[in-house]
Design a protein around this ligand. Structure first.
Ligand code: PBG
Length: 400
């Protein structure tokens, strides 16, 4: 009891000392400038009623003037899921408004995105066949390769950055992001996703997508050393896909610089966490693992310091841009990355974040427009320069 009283007294005493220090230093700084016009106690000016935060919230114009974070369509990237066929527009049941699209339909969707001023597209593919080696990922006539050629051949789409996701999970029969070695029976839980063997296939995939016209390749597999492997392969590979720059405007220097794929940037999903929020995507991309889970290669959601190490390594390996994923449940990781790295930084508002909000919209529990914009603004405020989001079109319509 006595100790408790003494502690209280001590803290009251120390706060009095602090207040008078603040007072003295304010008076001192004032005396360096003009003499005081009155005997006002300036320490009080810092508080109510002199300070009223609501003054700058009074009108829409004032609020707009002092707004710290902004959203614009050019910072939004829209994911597309390409599938074989023609005229196909199949809605993903857990993602209202998101479709599997044949290439002709995807081009229409891309034109709508360009008209809305959206910054870019992130392309995923559903191949007609899957196998253990993920052949569809690096086939010259693979579904995303075909889609890229259609998109890059359409001048109306020049304002869009075409980003190709680089991963094997949509193309492997088992749904894992790399080559699988099973220790016992085929359906056993004992399996290893082999890191180094997977690197060669990922690098091959990145080269194939870049040759088909990808403006950026984005590895999402979480294998160690993937950025270095992809950079090396791109720098050594010929740039054989069709050129959009007219011959008349090329120089020798331009030819040399573009003889390989050394100009293709890598956007690394540097810190990608194991997440329940990828669930709906796995329906959209038909990429759910047939056995086991991704815990041996994607990150444990508990680890912020480890995420910084992942990014350090990807930067050292040559990543040009970073992508954080998921976004809404990892805003602190986005903020930490923003403070530590100078690279352009994106965040992926993943399928489950979208589906969760839509489920609430469908029940009338949340106002769609406001909830959507608030979710996107929070990701920007956390420090993301751009956002991959299934809301890209809806948000761009409001913003433009
Ligand atoms: C591929 C990949 C996934 C997502 C993006 N790339 C799925 C996964 O890792 O299981 C998820 C995106 C989303 O949920 O919207 N590896």
């Amino acid at each position: 009891m006595k100790i408790e009283l003494a502690r209280k007294e001590l803290s009251a005493y120390s706060s009095r000392i602090l207040t008078s220090f603040a007072h003295i230093s304010l008076l001192a700084s004032r005396s360096n400038h003009e003499p005081s016009p009155s005997n006002l106690d300036y320490t009080l000016l810092m508080n109510f009623p002199a300070t009223r935060m609501r003054r700058l919230r009074r009108t829409a114009a004032l609020r707009s003037l002092v707004r710290e974070t902004h959203l614009h369509p050019g910072a939004l990237i829209y994911p597309l899921f390409l599938c074989p066929g023609e005229g196909v527009r199949k809605e993903v049941s857990s993602m209202p408004g998101v479709f599997n699209l044949s290439i002709d339909e995807a081009v229409k969707e891309a034109e709508a995105c360009a008209a809305l001023g959206i910054g870019g597209l992130l392309l995923f593919g559903l191949p007609s066949e899957k196998d253990e080696q993920a052949s569809g990922a690096y086939a010259n006539d693979g579904i995303v390769q075909q889609g890229l050629r259609a998109i890059k051949g359409n001048r109306k789409l020049d304002s869009l950055v075409a980003i190709a996701d680089v991963c094997l999970c949509e193309y492997t029969s088992h749904g894992h992001c790399g080559i699988v070695r099973r220790d016992t029976s085929p359906d056993s839980a004992h399996f290893v996703v082999e890191n180094d063997a997977s690197l060669a296939l990922l690098a091959k995939t990145a080269v194939s997508l870049a040759q088909a016209g990808a403006d950026i390749v984005a590895p999402s597999d979480m294998m160690d050393g993937h950025v270095a492997a992809i950079r090396e392969a791109l720098d050594a590979a010929p740039r054989t896909h069709h050129e959009s720059v007219p011959h008349s405007s090329r120089s020798d220097e331009w030819d040399r610089a573009t003889a390989t794929l050394s100009e293709t940037p890598i956007m690394s999903y540097a810190a990608k966490f194991v997440s329940a929020f990828y669930g709906p995507f796995r329906e959209a991309a038909d990429s759910a693992p047939q056995f086991g889970d991704r815990r041996s290669y994607q990150m444990d959601g508990a680890n912020l310091r480890e995420a910084m190490r992942e990014i350090d390594l990807d930067v050292a390996e040559g990543a040009d841009l970073l992508l954080m994923k998921p976004a809404g449940t990892y805003l602190d990781v986005i903020r930490a990355a923003r403070e530590r790295f100078e690279l352009p930084l994106g965040a992926y508002q993943v399928s489950g974040e979208y589906s969760m909000l839509h489920a609430a919209f469908a029940r009338g529990w949340l106002e769609p427009e406001r909830a959507m914009m608030e979710s996107l603004l929070s990701i920007r405020r956390a420090g993301a320069d751009f956002i991959v989001t299934y809301f890209a079109k809806d948000a761009a319509k409001i913003l433009s």
